[in-house]
Design a protein around this ligand. Structure first.
Ligand code: GLU
Length: 433
């Protein structure tokens, strides 16, 4: 029987076969082999410490009850309390959250903040629920997690599908279940809160700001004049829109944007600020008057200097990588590039600044928020941005040196820096008993 021709747009790995944890472990194994990681530490780091799954009922607005499945994966806490976001999305699954939790461990170790790695989520479609239902789902999930989270133990934050409001509900629920005398001392149970409820200035834009610092430094190192450069962004949520608005200030031209509903293009440049306003009101870039509509493949084929994938994982598949004509990919999202996709990009001479480095600005400022809460302080924006720049650039430089030392790619270089820190601690402390 003649083989059916593959549809052009099909991912090389079907969704059933695609396993994000295997992708994350593949990256880990590559670095572990190159750096000759201690075998005991290797074994410890290859699985998360705790995998928590909770099923909990929530009352819907119409009086019916629905059962929800929530996850919290605590990957590692050798460097400090578990830390990582909470994702609300229909694709949330155990192996996805395990991968995302592992990435948090490497991310925090790489940028040298005293946190371990965790991730959580609920598998559902948030856009199908009212504000009241969202509140009850969030509160019931927080209740179900109980003492598995804590301000000195495991600290959640926003991720895909969650925001400041969700964090404030989590904080309020956690605090309400404790003694009144502990209430204020527990504010740092979550980060990414609204300013009025104890959040930090600069946290909302932090991931996008960090993406910008990374692009800016790479451009300086590689003599790319940002004011004459072009870029495209996939996903125009918090990370994509902030990165685009900040990068645009250099004179760099945003020429193409893709999101879940459509793609837009303007060779003369898209106004990043106006687009952010449009998305806030319309939920998508689709229909924005300052650009013309075009196809999904055209988005990837558009020649630009820089691409910022800031949507979901597994977007740059081999097919997509073959279409790309760019100098730099700065990963705003976690896991946007598949293993095979990355191999193609590297062969083409395209640099990939990996997620654990490029999008680490979010957790860095989460750390600042946590410290401010503990000390009852409020830092001004200049201080937050200055400290963020210092930490993220230090991680960039360490990674750059490691890339040279091991003659490897940036992802593997970043992993080596992160894993070395963990290896050192394990070897110093030994394994109990
Ligand atoms: N969800 C973000 C990330 O993937 C932020 C995590 C945090 O601030 O704890 O890095």
């Amino acid at each position: 029987m003649a083989k059916k021709k593959e549809p052009k747009n099909k991912k090389s790995v079907s969704n059933e076969e695609f396993n994000l944890y295997q992708v994350a472990m593949g990256q880990f194994e590559k670095a572990a082999a190159l750096m000759k990681l201690n075998p005991v530490v290797h074994t410890i780091l290859s699985q998360p410490k705790n995998e928590i799954i909770v099923n909990f009922p929530v009352k819907m607005d119409d009086g019916s009850f629905k059962l929800f499945k929530g996850y919290r994966i605590q990957h590692n806490n050798a460097l400090g309390p578990y830390k990582g976001g909470i994702r609300f999305h229909p694709e949330v699954a155990l192996d996805e959250v395990k991968a995302l939790a592992a990435w948090m461990t490497w991310k925090c170790a790489l940028v040298n903040i005293p946190f371990g790695g965790a991730k959580g989520g609920i598998k559902f479609r948030p856009w199908e629920h009212s504000q009241d239902e969202m509140m009850r789902i969030t509160r019931r999930f927080t209740f179900a997690l109980g003492n598995n989270i804590g301000p000195e133990f495991d600290i959640p934050a926003p991720d895909v599908g969650t925001n400041e409001q969700i964090m404030v509900w989590m904080m309020d629920t956690y605090i309400s279940l404790r003694n009144a005398s502990d209430a204020h001392a527990s504010k740092h149970i979550v980060t990414g809160k609204s300013l009025s409820s104890g959040g930090s200035l600069g946290r909302k834009k932090a991931t996008g700001q960090g993406v910008f610092y990374m692009i800016d430094q790479w451009a300086k190192d590689n003599k790319l004049d940002l004011s004459k450069s072009t870029f495209s962004v996939q996903g125009y949520g918090n990370v994509g829109s902030n990165a685009a608005m900040i990068l645009s200030k250099t004179g760099a031209k945003l020429v193409a944007v893709q999101d879940h509903k459509g793609c837009i293009y303007n060779k003369d440049g898209i106004n990043a600020v106006k687009l952010a306003e449009y998305v806030k009101n319309n939920g998508s870039v689709d229909g924005f008057s300052g650009a013309k509509k075009f196809g999904k493949n055209d988005f990837w084929k558009t020649k630009v200097d820089i691409i910022i994938p800031a949507a979901l994982e597994n977007q740059i598949t081999p097919e997509v990588a073959n279409m790309i004509d760019a100098k730099l990919i700065a990963e705003g999202a976690n896991g946007p590039t598949s293993k095979e996709g990355e191999d193609i990009l590297l062969k083409k001479g395209i640099t990939v600044l990996p997620d654990i480095l490029a999008n680490s600005g979010g957790v860095i400022v989460s750390y600042f928020e946590w410290v401010q809460n503990k000390k009852s302080e409020h830092w001004d924006l200049e201080e937050v941005d200055f400290k963020l720049k210092k930490l993220i650039l230090r991680a960039y430089e360490k990674t750059r040196d490691t890339v040279k030392e091991y003659k490897t790619d940036w992802r593997t270089g970043a992993y080596i820096v992160a894993i070395r820190r963990l290896e050192k601690i394990y070897l110093e402390r030994g394994i109990f008993p």
